[in-house]
Ligand binder design. Structure first.
Ligand SMILES: Cc1cc2nc3c(=O)[nH]c(=O)nc-3n(C[C@H](O)[C@H](O)[C@H](O)COP(=O)(O)OP(=O)(O)OC[C@H]3O[C@@H](n4cnc5c(N)ncnc54)[C@H](O)[C@@H]3O)c2cc1C
Length: 466
């Protein structure tokens, strides 16, 4: 039975999906936003969770909270597995495995992207990437556990392995992670460890291109590399990871292949569109590109399916990069298109992207920014970066909380306040390179003594603590 109100189902509550939902706040529609997490994740600050600067809650507000004042919208926690375009139904599984059918009049798919290992899927086992809160917490546990192990280790070779961190990919995420690892090892942790000198840590940043931050201006690239090197980061350009296992990585650069013993490899090298892009392509006869993205019309609808829109990281449109601004602007735009259609008004002009520039931090109080046609580096770039990132966080509480946490961590105490790990988490991480979500079966490194009264598997504990 058709409902009275026009039903819009939005798949994904990330940058694209949330902006589409918000864009429909004053429209005569009923919006159901379905996401496999209960939060809107501000991915650009994930690296700060991974390095103990920010707690996850500040960058991942509950979707329900975000849309609580939008009476025409509802949030559902479910995993979408089928988009039935002929019957206009989205099929999803609830957390307990129950089947949900969500009928729609208009569908917006904004399911984002995940890691791409460029045909080396087995690397995923040894070099986790960072896309979710769980990934970031897992990396943080891993990084901190390695320093703990180095403190305990009496064998210099083993200690060196624990203190060697290899980041693969020198785009903004890789640069930001490597910079913070440098800060941790060289500036924050040395005073706290007694047996090990954390300044001995070796941080390698591998990049296949000829410069770090490949899409940025050469001046900013040079500054970034120099600043990273001042933090003790070894930058290897024209270098590709070719093999890895639990204790090492082999990469090939201009001087030939080299194998380095390490317990930590972090993947920051590539992205692949959500499998829902492929599903939509198969159902509409479209072809995805090499990154698995589906092409869309200039109003973000799918060819031959005007009632289905796809936006953000999972689409290719006007060669736009897979970053937050295109997803946000497409979301807002699609909201306007749907609103006009439902009101029987003329559609807006085709989607036009407004480039607001790009920026990345390079460790503490230093960043590069390309905005307003100008290039900024150092503290000025860092202040701009901080202002913009705070502005786009959701909710004043999160903005103020983030500013306070930054001030405390970086200006007043030179510490990282969110470094909570436990024996179980450390053990869990040290026995497997896969995050809890990606493992075939729980791995129990050591049983807790019964007297401690907790029989939960370490992987479950890891999920709860944060
Ligand atoms: C570590 C990292 C750092 C980044 N840094 C920057 C930066 O500094 N600046 C910048 O501009 N961009 C940055 N980006 C890129 C930016 O975050 C993305 O371009 C942006 O999030 C894309 O928005 P989206 O809506 O397409 O996807 P997302 O924001 O990823 O949202 C997709 C949503 O869909 C949900 N979903 C996926 N599949 C399903 C399913 N089957 N069922 C239900 N829900 C599903 C996901 O849970 C997610 O909430 C970064 C990305 C990462 C990972």
């Amino acid at each position: 039975m058709a409902s009275e109100l026009h039903r819009v189902v939005v798949v994904g509550g990330g940058f694209g999906g949330l902006n589409a939902t918000r864009g429909l706040a004053s429209a005569d529609v009923k919006v159901t936003m379905v996401d496999r997490t209960n939060h809107h994740l501000f991915q650009p600050l994930l690296y700060q969770v991974a390095t103990g600067i920010l707690p996850p809650g500040l960058i991942a507000p509950a979707l329900r909270t975000v849309i609580k004042k939008q009476r025409n919208a509802q949030a559902l926690l479910a995993d979408v597995y089928d988009l039935d375009l002929d019957n206009k139904v989205v099929r999803a599984k609830g957390p307990d495995g129950r089947d949900l059918e969500l009928p729609y009049d208009t569908l917006v798919v904004a399911a984002g992207a995940s890691h791409s290992y460029f045909g080396n899927a087995h690397f995923a086992e040894f070099a986790p990437g960072m896309k979710t809160v769980e990934d970031a917490r897992y990396l943080r546990d891993g990084i901190l556990s390695k320093f703990e192990m180095a403190e305990m280790s009496t064998d210099p070779a083993e200690r060196a392995e624990y203190l060697t961190f290899v980041v693969i990919g020198a785009g903004p995420t890789g640069v930001e992670l490597a910079g913070q690892l440098g800060e941790l090892a060289h500036k924050v942790l040395p005073q706290e460890y007694r047996s090990v000198n954390t300044r001995e840590a070796r941080i390698l940043l591998l990049e296949g291109a000829t410069a770090v931050l490949p899409p940025f201006d050469p001046k900013l690239q040079k500054y970034t590399q120099k600043h990273l090197e001042s933090l003790g980061v070894e930058v290897r350009l024209n270098t590709m990871a070719v093999d890895m296992d639990h204790d090492s990585i082999t990469f090939k650069g201009p001087d030939g292949p080299e194998t380095v013993r390490t317990r930590t490899r972090i993947w920051a090298a590539g992205v692949q569109a959500s499998p829902l892009a492929k599903m939509l392509a198969e159902k509409t006869g479209a072809e995805t590109d090499r990154a698995g993205r589906i092409p869309v019309n200039s109003d973000c609808s799918l060819p031959g399916r005007p009632e289905v829109f796809a936006i953000g990281d999972m689409v290719s449109l006007n060669k736009l990069p897979g970053v937050a601004q295109p997803a946000m602007q497409e979301g807002t735009y699609v909201g306007r298109v749907i609103k006009a259609r439902v009101a029987g008004e003329a559609p807006p002009e085709p989607f036009k992207y407004f480039d607001k520039g790009s920026m990345a931090t390079v460790g503490h109080k230093a960043a590069v920014a390309d905005a307003f046609g100008m290039k900024f580096t150092g503290l000025i770039g860092y202040v701009m970066w901080g202002f913009i990132h705070c502005l786009y966080l959701i909710g004043w509480g999160n903005r103020l909380g983030t500013l306070y946490t930054w001030a405390r961590a970086m200006w007043f105490s030179n510490n990282r306040g969110h470094r909570v790990i436990t024996f179980e988490q450390a053990g869990d991480e040290l026995t497997s390179d896969l995050p809890p979500s990606g493992r075939p079966a729980p791995i129990l490194p050591a049983k807790r003594p019964a007297a401690e009264g907790n029989s939960a598997a370490p992987s479950q504990l890891a999920n709860r603590t944060g």
